[in-house]
Design a protein around this ligand. Structure first.
Ligand code: FAD
Length: 439
């Protein structure tokens, strides 16, 4: 098999890249390869659960940055409500991206397969698929997205009915309605699982365990207008002071929203030591304000807490063992030396996607790192990339990436408002690169 550009990963990032490339001449045939075949939808928009909402308002979720009303027009054309500030169902958004991808017809060939390795072949690349088949391409884009959460040590030896291996259970897995369940992690993935259990009529107590016991903030009912924040200082300390002082006068969510378009530049302006300090001391706090819940979701979570059906714990899991058919979890509460024991019927890992590529078991990531074709980005977050998204290393003229794999270089790179811009830019960059090379 041969192609012009192979896009590895068919989730939202890969599909937005294919959409952007479909209209650009000079790229040759386009092939989108995805392990599970969840084309366009990927991890975030595959859910069929009607309680899973977008966490970004509709007017910021258009597939095309230069057509901000595109999604709203799509909704209106289907006779659906097109409130720019609405938080749509994630499955609705998956249908939107799916329809756009479908409309590219034969221009984008889709293959359900896992790419396990790639290597230079003449001026292009040879991709090895899991079954041993090969795909030759002039260039490739890595759009590998969200990797499953890391499991605590010894977790895989526990029976599956007591300890799920991933946050996304299948229909047969759901616990009995009165089961007591612990979720490891208290971010957006944990909230997804709480909502799914709640919608299924779950009555048993749900526990959320995270180091600080913080939940994501909730979006205000209407978007807050941007603020006048004055000149942006340089350096982490000064930026934190700016944020603190502004947040004493204004809603911290509005402060962050005002700074959001500049976050990548701010991150790049920090020294490696400052970036490390941010990751160690400020990241959790930043994430709770940055990654928010839709208002309806925030209200439901608050109600569950008020009823005592959802309980938050701040601390660290020390061990998990089977005990009398249940799971005994030893926890070190935050700020305490003594251990506490919590016994539950099921524990679910919801710590969010792994971002350090050095910790991943993924065959393609491992082979790229082992062969030196890619190297870890700053702090191991994704790959080291050029300003244009080329994967730095021997394949920099034919291998590019976007989205989560650029986290170390850009930090703010995993949501649609950033991904759609990167996808469009890559289409132009790769067309220009291939234009100077013999086919
Ligand atoms: C639960 C959740 C909710 C979110 N909600 C929002 C939201 O409301 N708004 C927003 O802007 N952002 C949201 N995000 C952020 C989200 O990451 C992006 O919007 C976007 O979905 C990322 O898409 P992706 O294609 O990069 O990743 P993914 O969806 O993870 O897709 C990557 C795809 O690559 C495939 N793949 C990986 N390795 C290989 C390989 N070796 N060979 C072949 N295929 C491979 C995987 O099977 C997968 O299908 C959410 C994220 C999550 C996890």
């Amino acid at each position: 098999m041969t192609t012009g550009v192979a896009i590895i990963g068919g989730g939202a990032s890969g599909s937005l890249t294919a959409l952007a490339m479909a209209g650009v001449p000079g790229l040759g045939p386009l092939t989108l390869v995805d392990t599970g075949g969840a084309f366009a939808r990927g991890v975030a928009y595959s859910t069929e659960d009607p309680v899973h909402l977008l966490n970004v308002p509709a007017d910021r979720m258009s597939a095309f940055a230069d057509q901000p009303s595109h999604l709203l027009a799509w909704l209106a054309a289907r006779g659906e409500s097109a409130d720019p500030e609405a938080f749509l169902l994630r499955r609705q958004y998956g249908a939107y991206l799916g329809e756009l991808l479908h409309a590219t017809g034969d221009r984008v060939r889709r293959i359900v397969a896992r790419v396990d390795a790639l290597a230079p072949e003449g001026p292009g690349l040879r991709l090895t698929l899991a079954g041993g088949e090969a795909l030759e391409a002039r260039a490739a884009v890595l759009a590998l997205g969200n990797f499953a959460p890391e499991l605590p040590p010894g977790w895989s030896e526990l029976p599956r009915r007591l300890a799920w291996r991933s946050p996304w259970g299948t229909a047969g897995d759901w616990p009995a309605p009165d089961a007591e369940v612990l979720l490891l992690g208290a971010g957006l993935t944990a909230v997804d699982v709480v909502l799914s259990l709640d919608a299924r009529g779950h009555r048993g107590r749900l526990h959320l365990l995270s180091r600080r016991g913080l939940l994501p903030a909730t979006h205000p009912p209407r978007m807050l207008p941007p603020l006048q924040l004055g000149a942006r200082p340089r350096g982490l300390r000064a930026l934190v002071r700016l944020f603190r002082e502004a947040s004493a006068r204004e809603d911290p969510r509005a402060v962050l929203d005002t700074l959001r378009p500049e976050l990548a530049a701010m991150w790049r302006g920090l020294s490696p030591v400052e970036q490390r300090r941010f990751l160690r001391h400020l990241r959790t706090w930043f994430d709770t304000i940055r990654h928010r819940l839709a208002p309806a979701v925030g209200a439901r979570i608050a109600a569950l807490e008020a009823e005592g059906r959802l309980v938050r714990h701040a601390g660290q899991l020390v061990s998990a063992t089977e005990q009398g058919g249940r799971l005994a979890l030893r926890i070190r509460p935050r700020g305490s030396r003594a251990l506490a024991v919590l016994t539950v019927d099921l524990a679910i890992p919801t710590t969010g996607p792994v971002m350090d590529v050095r910790a991943l078991e993924d065959p393609l990531v491992r082979s790229l790192l082992a062969s030196g074709q890619a190297r870890p980005g700053p702090h191991g977050l994704g790959f080291a990339t050029s300003d244009q998204g080329a994967v730095l290393g021997p394949l920099h003229d034919r291998l590019w990436t976007l989205g989560g794999l650029r986290r170390g270089d850009l930090w703010e790179t995993t949501a649609i408002p950033e991904i759609r811009v990167q996808a469009r830019a890559l289409a132009g960059t790769i067309a220009a690169a291939l234009g100077t090379r013999p086919a």
